[in-house]
Design a protein around this ligand. Structure first.
Ligand SMILES: Cc1ncc(COP(=O)(O)O)c(C=O)c1O
Length: 468
């Protein structure tokens, strides 16, 4: 073992056994060199390794500090694993009005689903786009019609390959963002009146599409420790003739958890036994903080039952609107639907992404983005931890840029949102993600922003409204 690894391991042990506390300052590099007798380079390597694992963080001109260990899953103290049939879904107007209300530029965007745009739109990508626009050839539509740019599909297929998921470019269909991919997939697999299964708390897009397609929605509650309740899942598929599931298992929106590989394996086993399709919304897959990228359900899928949907919206910016679906045998069906709706994804952008990814700019950008998102979220978390009144709970997971707050049960997050929007502060209430009446006291907070005076004032005001 290298000396830097030995040092990193011994510091890691001190963090994990609680001898070093969250936010405690580590010895400076120079002090550590003097204490250990190791070279400056070895100590630096050890600190950088710990930083990449998310165990410590650096503050410019101040040094290295111990990171907060993320909360184990503990979503509710009273877990009620009830499978529910949500007979009639009427969420579209609520979501529409909500999205309109947070749109004006004076609203502080804590309720937005978009990450801080200052961390996206990398200059290199803009530069590539500028270069491509000067050449008329890059506006040629035909080569980028469904299933989309071959080179881009090849690069996406390689990225699956890197995770041990054998993929051909022909398995991939390029879409106009992830929502387009999800929409097309659900449309390809269902007809009105079919039963689908959702997690009880889920991105409102799932509810909206189900409402539009006239589907019957069965839901399973989140498991307080695992995030995903495998027993409720089994019960649901034994009780209802579920045709398709739609799950988010990595950096779940809005709650933030990532489900373990053990549970993913069990889900895949049940899907295979019951021959049920899964549409996996994995739009935050790249925003993990520690270790390696979490596996998608595609990894566990031996029978082509999983349609994996993702996009570049959360990593490069949703203005580009490029996503994809690993459609496999459904590729042609999805292309048919695409040619009847959006026709194709943006041509220039597909070409620009080929240049950007093939020249390794994407990986570099992702590393910086993850670091900044983790740093920003940590500052929000610390502030909430210090200042939220008793009775509130903060759910903080390693990945993404949302915090999920549980408020005292007498507070309706919808009423709170209505008060705050009058004060030009946006927050996302749980009613957008969960149609069960019991789930009304949670908020999703977008923590991707730098901690400016404006953000601090808004968070202060939010806390004052909770405390009132
Ligand atoms: C969970 C989830 N899925 C899908 C989408 C849509 O992604 P895109 O902007 O690429 O269409 C979003 C956007 O907020 C999201 O949060």
């Amino acid at each position: 073992m290298y000396k830097s690894e030995q040092l990193a391991n011994s510091i890691k042990q001190l963090i994990e056994n609680g001898s070093l506390k969250a936010n405690e300052k580590l010895p400076s590099l120079r002090d550590q060199v003097n204490r250990s007798g190791l070279s400056l380079m070895t100590v630096l390597n050890a600190y950088q390794e710990l930083e990449s694992q998310g165990l410590i963080y650096s503050v410019e001109k101040s040094g290295y500090f111990v990171a907060e260990l993320f909360s184990p899953l503990s979503l509710s103290s009273t877990h009620n694993p009830t499978v529910s049939l949500n007979a009639k879904i009427e969420i579209n107007s609520l979501v529409f009005n909500y999205l309109k209300s947070i749109q004006p530029s004076e609203i502080v965007p804590l309720g937005s689903a978009f990450p801080n745009h200052e961390l996206l739109n990398p200059p290199k990508l803009i530069q590539i786009m500028g270069q491509l626009t000067r050449n008329k050839k890059n506006f040629e539509q035909n080569i980028n019609l469904p299933p989309g740019n071959f080179e881009l599909r090849k690069l996406i297929a390689q990225r699956y390959g890197m995770q041990g998921i054998p993929t051909q470019p022909d398995d991939i269909v390029i879409t106009s963002g992830c929502l387009d991919a999800l929409n097309l997939s659900l449309q390809a697999l269902t007809k009105a009146g079919d039963y689908i299964l959702l997690q009880e708390t889920i991105f409102y897009g799932a509810w909206q599409i189900a409402e539009r397609l006239g589907l019957k929605v069965v839901t399973i509650p989140e498991h307080p420790q695992e995030g995903f309740d495998i027993e409720a899942f089994e019960q649901a598929i034994q009780t209802y003739p579920i045709k398709v599931c739609w799950f988010m298992l990595n950096c779940h929106n809005p709650i933030g958890f990532t489900v373990s590989e053990k549970i993913k394996f069990q889900i895949a086993k049940l899907l295979h036994e019951h021959q049920i399709y899964l549409i996996e919304d994995d739009v935050y897959e790249e925003l993990f903080y520690r270790g390696t990228k979490p596996l998608s359900m595609k990894y566990f899928d031996q029978q082509n039952l999983v349609l994996h949907c993702s996009s570049f919206s959360k990593t490069l910016g949703s203005t580009f609107r490029i996503g994809w679906v690993y459609a496999g045998k459904f590729s042609e069906h999805i292309q048919h639907l695409q040619l009847m709706s959006t026709i194709s994804a943006n041509t220039l952008m597909q070409n620009a992404l080929v240049e950007f990814i093939s020249n390794h700019h994407y990986e570099k950008h992702l590393r910086v983005l993850r670091r900044n998102l983790e740093k920003n979220k940590r500052i929000f978390f610390e502030y909430f931890k210090k200042n939220l009144p008793t009775g509130c709970e903060i759910h903080n997971y390693a990945g993404g840029y949302f915090l999920w707050l549980t408020l005292p049960s007498h507070i309706s997050s919808m009423t709170l949102y209505e008060h705050l929007i009058q004060q030009n502060i946006g927050v996302a209430p749980s009613q957008l993600f969960n149609v069960q009446q019991a789930q009304k006291n949670h908020l999703r907070i977008n923590c991707s922003f730098s901690w400016t005076i404006e953000i601090e004032m808004a968070v202060k005001q939010l806390i004052a409204n909770i405390s009132d």
